[in-house]
Design a protein around this ligand. Structure first.
Ligand SMILES: Nc1ncnc2c1ncn2[C@@H]1O[C@H](COP(=O)(O)OP(=O)(O)O)[C@@H](O)[C@H]1O
Ligand SMILES: O=C(O)[C@@H](O)C(=O)COP(=O)(O)O
Length: 426
């Protein structure tokens, strides 16, 4: 089986967001955790999303992991590789969006990399190269308070130029709105002028359909789920993939106990935790204590959870408000605190699964990465959509128990996300 589309995602929630979008468009899609084995069964699969945990690691490591994934995807026949980044362009001045896009551009011999994080379905739009989150420019949105990648600049040409020596051009909305021929001509002009990447504006899904149709003619692109939508639609429109109705897997119920783990400190997740208060018990972890003695705090959290699990879903959160996150970032060991909190959440997840939890919701991209790695899951089949960008996932765990998961990007989902998710996870 030859892959129609290969994707490399820089975190696990982002990967499930993209896999969800591709499946809704009619591509039979699988999400793998890390590089799949050479013999990974691709029968009946149109698109693979290789989930990496490469958003917040040193740039050289992100490049190496992405290149290895690209080699695998190309060997499986993918002509086009999409590098899936966050729709809020989460990154630092060192990367990793620029360095990884550069590396893929080189290995794919791609003269021009289209870059767009637009994902109108979740309120992310790009106009004149500036990223908006709902009505706010990126730098005024809650992303300014992110614990790992605070975003202080909405101008994506500037942000990306700090990460790469490649010249970054702009394709403004009026060109995209004029259709594929205008976009193709503008990209060719930018290439002739010495630009190697272009931020491409998009405000509505129809812009992403235009961008997808044109971008499929290149070997590499960089973007969020909106670009995935455009590429998937273009693959189907071109006849290269036959649209699969109900591409999302509907399978036997898993049952078992349910738990929610929140490590995201986003405004959306904080509101979702508050909304769950009337629905089930909540344990709010103290991050300072967790960092001082993780083992004791993990044990205490599991002692709290185990007797309650049989009575219904419960929630354990390390999430904190922006002032507490800022205090954490001021600590001398700030570099490692996020990672250590993630590892504690992963240990709690492992204990919950050992205690019989079979339906697990995790809020936060890095947090989800740590949890999924700890549970040794090799991949996911994509199920029903809970909210834009968040599907029900069925773990392909090898020897482990059947497990349903939802990996929620911190910023995604409505206020009642946790109850909405539980209603779809049977
Ligand atoms: N109370 C806290 N203070 C500071 N950082 C925290 C706290 N709780 C969790 N974190 C860390 O914040 C980061 C949140 O990132 P992530 O899980 O990717 O969420 P999001 O999806 O919102 O980006 C993780 O590294 C997590 O361990
Ligand atoms: O594109 C998006 O916004 C998401 O798919 C995503 O990548 C979210 O990252 P986290 O907020 O770190 O979960």
């Amino acid at each position: 089986m030859t892959l129609a589309l290969g994707c490399i995602a820089d975190d696990y929630t982002g990967a499930s967001d993209l896999a969800n979008t591709l499946a809704r468009q009619g591509l039979r899609t699988v999400q793998t955790i890390g590089l799949p084995a050479a013999a990974f069964d691709l029968s009946g699969v149109d698109a693979v999303v290789v989930a990496l945990k490469s958003r917040s690691i040193p740039a050289a490591e992100a490049v190496a992991a992405s290149q290895a994934a690209e080699v695998w995807l190309r060997q499986k026949g993918a002509d086009h590789v999409l590098f899936k980044i966050c729709s809020t362009f989460d990154s630092t001045d060192a990367g990793n969006i620029g360095p990884v896009s550069d590396a893929l551009r080189d290995s794919g011999a791609c003269p021009m990399v289209v870059v767009t994080p637009a994902f109108p379905g979740t309120g992310r739009t790009v106009f004149q190269g500036n990223l908006f989150v709902g009505v706010m420019p990126l730098n005024e949105s809650p992303l300014k308070d992110h614990p790992l990648n605070p975003m202080h600049d909405a101008n994506l040409m500037r942000v990306l130029s700090r990460q790469t020596a490649t010249r970054i051009g702009l394709v403004p909305l009026q060109i995209v709105d004029a259709g594929p021929d205008a976009l193709r001509a503008k990209l060719a002009q930018l290439q002739a002028e010495g630009f190697g990447m272009a931020i491409v504006d998009a405000v509505f899904d129809r812009h992403l359909l235009t961008i997808g149709a044109v971008t499929l003619g290149y070997t590499v692109s960089t973007g969020a789920s909106g670009l995935g939508l455009g590429l998937a639609a273009a693959l189907i429109a071109s006849g290269r993939v036959a649209k699969a109705e109900g591409a999302a897997a509907a399978e036997a119920p898993v049952g078992g106990q349910a738990a929610i783990l929140a490590g995201s400190c986003s405004a959306a997740t904080l509101a979702q935790i508050d909304a769950f208060a009337g629905q089930g018990p909540i344990l709010r972890l103290d991050a300072e204590r967790l960092l001082a003695d993780a083992e004791a705090e993990v044990a205490a959290a599991l002692d709290w959870a185990k007797p309650r699990l049989a009575a219904g879903p419960l929630l354990i959160a390390s999430s904190a408000a922006p002032d507490q996150v800022a205090a954490m970032r001021a600590r001398p060991d700030a570099e490692s605190t996020g990672h250590r909190i993630e590892q504690a959440m992963a240990a709690i997840a492992e204990g919950l699964v050992q205690a019989g939890t079979r339906r697990l919701i995790v809020a936060g991209g890095e947090t989800s990465g740590a949890v999924v790695d700890r549970l040794s899951i090799s991949g996911f089949r994509i199920g029903a959509e809970i909210a834009p960008g968040v599907p029900v996932l069925r773990a392909m765990s090898g020897q482990g128990p059947d497990l349903l998961m939802a990996l929620k990007s911190g910023n995604f989902g409505g206020t009642d996300f946790f109850t909405d998710a539980l209603a779809l996870m049977h």
